[in-house]
Write a protein that binds this ligand. Structure first.
Ligand code: AMP
Length: 423
């Protein structure tokens, strides 16, 4: 089988790495890929923000299956367009991906279907923000409605700051069109959890849970990033909690979307906060997370192709995934300055030494390859991923691998998974 993966990050590298292990997969293609992916798959240049460009590339490749990594092409309707042309593709349609691409849609959907989430108000103007702000105690969370690549959420320390941030979003100054509408939200306290399920529009089956680390600095300090690391352990969610999340969140979401005429097929990613009042949904994503996919695939013992096809063919079942009892962790190595401005083109050293370590895989995010050497090409550069019989071992292995890698300006968090160890 020929499989095409769309995207260029660590998530896509992890998907390519795992799909290649399937004995049914003969060849993997990736649009556009990155330095690490291109060493394992055939990379094809095309514009992921342009459906015509993706379709044209797919016609050349003739894949038996296409897997979409990022949210952009999903919200543009890549699944709708491929399906219309008889191309088999894994993921939700644009209408179903609205769970991610419109925060106001997701909030109103959760309200209609009684899915636990933070209190909110949807505002289309600074006047509406002023009318609604009194309902919220500081800190107030301000979110741009549309896709903003992780830059659309601000936790404002005061109501005044929230009003100023909302005004900047609404004016288009902050995140462009994505901020044309804003959602004010109650601030929730508790541990964050990424809970993902595979759906075929009707049935769901859970994947192993993971925890992301969004802030740039140790101890969860500094600005938000796309994710500086993640881990997955068998103890992160016990069986009772997993069943609760399936029954009270994942199943009602999938049933609700079906009821509303927008069947959700693909990966439903529930971003949760485990509050004292119980789990609450912060956001949905209509795809795998990055970096969480990296530690997750590290624990996946069964094939990844089968579940994707089961989703497309409407026969998802609990036997689709078999997971190891190991723990896994990914530490993101980032460019100097990230998540602010950063330089690219720095040569990366030590990759082979790190990759030669047992139970370690170095997934590439922002890299390019030239004449056998690798160079930085993004903010998040590498996802150094390790597994072990327990979290401590996985963490030690990952950091031992990080110590072998270097590039000018490289920085990373030293405490990925540390909070779980203290518990
Ligand atoms: P989102 O894109 O909605 O997941 O928001 C990005 C990050 O902002 C989340 O991962 C949380 O760390 C934080 N966040 C979002 N909404 C809330 C909330 N209601 N309460 C506390 N933190 C939040």
């Amino acid at each position: 089988m020929k499989v095409l993966v769309i995207g260029s990050g660590g998530r896509e590298h992890a998907l390519v790495w795992k799909l290649r292990q399937s004995n049914r997969v003969r060849q993997v293609y990736c649009i556009p890929g990155n330095g690490g992916i291109c060493a394992e798959a055939e990379c094809v240049a095309a514009d992921v923000r342009n459906l015509d460009s993706l379709l044209e590339a797919a016609h050349r490749i003739q894949p038996d299956l296409t897997v979409v990594g990022p949210e952009g092409p999903l919200s543009l309707g890549v699944v709708d367009e491929f399906q219309r042309r008889g191309l088999r593709i894994f993921g939700p349609t644009a209408a179903a991906a609205r769970l991610e691409s419109s925060k106001s849609f997701a909030k109103e959907f959760m309200y209609r279907h009684r899915i636990p989430t933070a209190r909110y108000a949807i505002c289309d103007s600074p006047g509406e923000v002023r009318e609604n702000i009194e309902q919220f105690r500081a800190p107030v969370v301000v979110k741009a409605d549309g896709l903003a690549a992780g830059k659309g959420v601000v936790i404002a320390k005061s109501r005044d700051e929230a009003m100023a941030v909302a005004a900047d979003m609404l004016s288009g100054k902050m995140v462009g069109e994505a901020g044309g509408r804003v959602v004010l939200e109650e601030f929730l306290e508790g541990d964050e959890l990424s809970f993902l399920v595979l759906s075929d529009g009707e049935r769901v089956t859970p994947l192993v849970a993971a925890q992301d680390h969004k802030r740039v600095g140790d101890g969860d300090t500094g600005p938000n990033t796309g994710g500086m690391g993640a881990y997955s352990t068998p103890t992160l969610v016990d069986d009772a909690m997993r069943d609760w999340l399936v029954n009270h969140i994942a199943r009602p979401v999938v049933a609700g979307m079906r009821e509303e005429g927008a069947e959700f097929r693909g990966i439903l990613y529930c971003g949760l906060i485990m509050t004292a009042r119980g789990p609450m949904v912060l956001e949905f994503n209509a795809r795998f997370g990055d970096p969480e996919t990296q530690p997750m695939v590290m624990r996946l013992e069964s094939d990844l192709l089968g579940p994707f096809i089961a989703s497309i063919e409407g026969r998802v079942s609990d036997g689709d995934f078999r997971w190891s009892q190991d723990s896994s962790v990914t530490v993101v190595l980032a460019s100097g300055g990230y998540p602010g401005a950063y330089e690219t083109g720095k040569q990366i050293f030590g990759l082979e030494d790190a990759a030669a370590m047992e139970n370690v895989v170095v997934f590439h995010s922002g890299t390019t390859r030239r004449e056998g050497a690798y160079f930085t090409a993004g903010g998040r550069v590498l996802g150094v991923t390790a597994r072990g019989p327990d979290l401590r071992t996985a963490i030690d292995r990952a950091y031992a691998a990080c110590a072998k890698i270097s590039f000018d300006g490289m920085h990373y968090r030293k405490d990925i998974g540390a909070r779980a160890l203290r518990k």
